[in-house]
Design a protein. Structure first.
Length: 174
């Protein structure tokens, strides 16, 4: 790697820890589901909480969001608490605002949330040099989609903003 590139990455690393401290320690989770095929589908509703509500959906969940059909069959949560387990359920709703029952297969799903900067293919719940190397390897590429963890800020471009978020979380673990 050229000296100029190394200096750039080091500068971004340190700048990120100063400028994005407010965004540090935000966790992420990607939720995906099978598409509803009804013609009058308007969107999906995702219920989530830090406590399981299996068998009682949608009653009891502390949070819910509506996701339009344009979101296809997935949603990326970016402001969850790292180290916390979250529980999720999905329903569909139609253009008349009728809501389906909660997903049956697999039903409620759970995930231990990790840091946004923990972009390893298998999260190790630490933001470390491996994450930095992965991000550096794809720097400058246009990469979209929920499977692409390297696009940390979800703007479909691996750029200095992604490095800033990683830098602000660097060294974090649980």
């Amino acid at each position: 790697m050229k000296k100029k590139n190394i200096l750039f990455f080091v500068a971004v690393f340190f700048a990120g820890s100063v400028f994005l401290a407010g965004n540090a320690f935000a966790g992420y989770a990607t939720l995906s589901w099978n598409a509803n095929t009804e013609a009058d589908l308007a969107g999906y509703k995702i219920y989530y909480d830090t406590v399981s509500h299996a068998g009682t959906c949608p009653t009891g969940y502390a949070n819910s969001i509506e996701v339009p059909t344009s979101a296809n069959t997935g949603h990326w949560f970016k402001e969850l608490t790292p180290g916390q387990t979250y529980y999720f359920q999905v329903t569909a709703f139609d253009t008349s605002d009728n809501e389906s029952g909660c997903s049956i297969n697999p039903g409620e799903v759970s995930k231990v949330v990790t840091f946004r900067g923990d972009i390893n293919p298998t999260p190790d719940h630490a933001v470390d040099p491996l994450d930095f190397s992965i991000l550096a390897a794809v720097y400058g590429q246009d990469l979209c989609g929920p499977e692409n963890k390297a696009d940390i800020n979800r703007d479909c471009l691996i750029d200095p903003l992604d490095f800033s978020i990683l830098a602000a979380e660097y060294g974090s673990s649980f």
